[in-house]
Ligand binder design. Structure first.
Ligand SMILES: [Zn+2]
Ligand SMILES: [Zn+2]
Length: 252
């Protein structure tokens, strides 16, 4: 059955306890990485996975805490001695992703230009449907930046939804409906709510309205670690609840 590993449960705030955002989905045949904040590739080594084993990388948006290790990934793909691939790594993101990549190339030049037999980049817009090996992928719009999006991944009879960063909107309920696992951001306590982000209570409300079977809260700013995150979430959601910790495994 599919397995989810929290690679980083934190944000852009440097923390010894919480690495920057990244989630790994392991299916029978495939390793999928969702976002890669700074330090993700090193963090993956702690669960015995090297960057070279990744098959598909999905980005939710272009904030540095979610995408910085793309630079590291490209550089490592080019300059790790002996590194080869039978098939390219697919790297997909929201509309604007290719422009973002071209700007990175302007900054770093040929140091991050990797041959097409090793990587393939594409934009996959909200509302489209994609397949990779044993996984169907549906991006959906989120409420954070003009192009931010989350992903529903369908595999082995399970639906896994990942919001990335978002504020609350009822359209999210439809997008993540009946997820077996909803991986949802919960950046700040209700008393310090920030526009463009959720609170544990709002994340719980989304899970309840969407009839999620299980909820995993992540993307915790230090303010969240100063409160009882679970208690705030329990005001709106009574189902199975995980509070992300780095390197936590969840089997579906
Ligand atoms: Zn973020
Ligand atoms: Zn963000």
């Amino acid at each position: 059955m599919p397995e989810v590993i929290v690679i980083g449960s934190g944000t852009g705030v440097p923390s010894l306890n919480r690495a920057s955002p990244a989630i790994l989905l392991k299916t029978k045949n495939t390793f999928v990485l969702l976002d890669s904040g700074p330090g993700t590739l090193r963090q993956l080594l702690k669960v015995n996975i090297t960057f070279s084993q990744l098959d598909l990388i999905l980005y939710t948006h272009f904030h540095p805490d979610h995408i910085t290790d793309l630079i590291h990934f490209l550089f490592a793909s080019k300059y790790t001695p002996g590194f080869q691939r039978k098939t390219p790594v697919f790297i997909w993101g929201p509309p604007g992703f290719l422009e973002f990549y071209n700007k990175l190339k302007q900054a770093f030049g040929s140091w991050i230009e990797v041959s097409k037999d090793k990587i393939t980049l594409a934009e996959i817009p909200p509302g489209s449907l994609w397949a990779y090996e044993d996984i169907y992928i549906q991006p959906f719009s989120t409420f954070h930046t003009p192009h931010s999006q989350g992903y529903c991944l369908h595999t082995e009879g399970k639906k896994i939804a990942y919001t990335g960063d978002t504020d609350f909107d009822l359209s999210l309920v439809d997008a993540v409906k009946d997820a077996d696992l909803l991986i949802c951001e919960a950046s700040f306590p209700a008393s310090q709510k920030v526009e463009g982000h959720l609170t544990p209570t709002l994340a719980g409300e989304l899970a309840r309205k969407a009839n999620a079977k299980c909820l995993l809260l992540t993307h915790f700013y230090p303010e969240c670690d100063a409160i009882d995150i679970g208690a705030e979430c329990r005001q709106s959601f009574t189902g199975p609840l995980y509070l992300a910790q780095d390197l936590m495994h969840i089997e579906l």
